[in-house]
Design a binder for this molecule. Structure first.
Ligand code: NAP
Length: 238
């Protein structure tokens, strides 16, 4: 496939568009003129029309097949795929069952790789993949399985960036705690304060800031970026 002329709208798929940072990410790509499609487990994503929404359950291989097939019916080519889906049980290892360990690794990385494998034939030259790691994957965290899943995302991105080049660029963002996100809301107030105090900028990053980095690094100006893990953490991890 030939590179997409810049005057054509890109088709962008946001996997996990229903997440707490999903609306900001959809908006950031829409502002660039992209046709933005998004997934949610129920097939409904607030702010996205039904013809821009796909049902996807990463736990179900048949759902991966169906979502990839539905995507192929909707768009002739897919230009950008952004993975936002992720779960954080927030437990220590002794609180995990074997099944929960497998589940976190499946949802956060294994099934995302499996979905990407199904989507790659739809992607043309100049395509972009952005995955969402976490500072936990870079330095470890209280929840070791979540941290391991995000470390695996980092390994996946670095590996695919080599394998898919020069056709497709693959990068990740690696946020620290995001203000007013689901993880923020699930956290005790004193833990939120610890995160704020640990951040040299004196405040947590916002969903709009994370979205701005995700959409920005898919701009042609960032064409030299491939296989990189971009920390969005206010300097909390350098
Ligand atoms: N929030 C933070 O502070 C923070 C910090 C670092 C990294 N991150 C990462 O950023 C991403 C978004 O975080 P968030 O806080 O916005 O998450 P969130 O609001 O909890 O949203 C989680 C997303 O994952 C999707 N999801 C969960 N299980 C799924 C499954 N089995 N199949 C398909 N989709 C599934 C959800 O879809 P449904 O809505 O349909 O269930 C939802 O879109 C995650 O990857 C997270 O690890 C977040």
């Amino acid at each position: 496939m030939t590179p997409l002329p810049h005057d054509l709208p890109r088709n962008t798929l946001v996997v996990g568009a229903s997440s707490s940072i999903g609306a900001a990410v959809v908006d950031a790509f829409a502002q660039r003129g992209d046709h933005v499609h998004g997934t949610g487990r129920t097939g409904v994503v607030p702010g996205l029309a039904p013809d821009r929404t796909l049902a996807l359950d990463l736990r179900d291989p048949a759902s991966l097949d169906a979502a990839a097939a539905a995507c192929a019916e909707r768009v002739a080519r897919l230009d950008v795929v952004v993975f936002l889906a992720g779960i954080l049980p927030g437990d220590s290892l002794d609180a995990y069952s074997d099944e929960q360990i497998a589940d976190v690794l499946t949802v956060n990385v294994g099934a995302q790789a499996a979905l990407l494998r199904r989507l790659l034939p739809l992607m043309g030259d100049g395509g972009q993949v952005v995955m969402t790691a976490s500072v936990s994957g870079e330095r470890g965290s209280f929840d070791p399985v979540y941290a391991a899943s995000k470390a695996a995302v980092i390994g996946l991105v670095k590996s695919l960036a080599t394998w898919l080049a020069p056709r497709i660029r693959v990068n990740a963002v690696s946020p620290a705690l995001i203000e007013d996100s689901t993880m923020y809301r699930d956290m005790a107030p004193e833990r939120r304060s610890v995160h704020r105090e640990r951040t040299p900028t004196g405040r947590l990053v916002t969903a709009q800031e994370v979205a701005g980095v995700i959409a920005g690094l898919c701009d042609p100006a960032w064409a030299g970026l491939n296989g990189q893990i971009i920390g969005v953490n206010g300097g909390a991890h350098v």
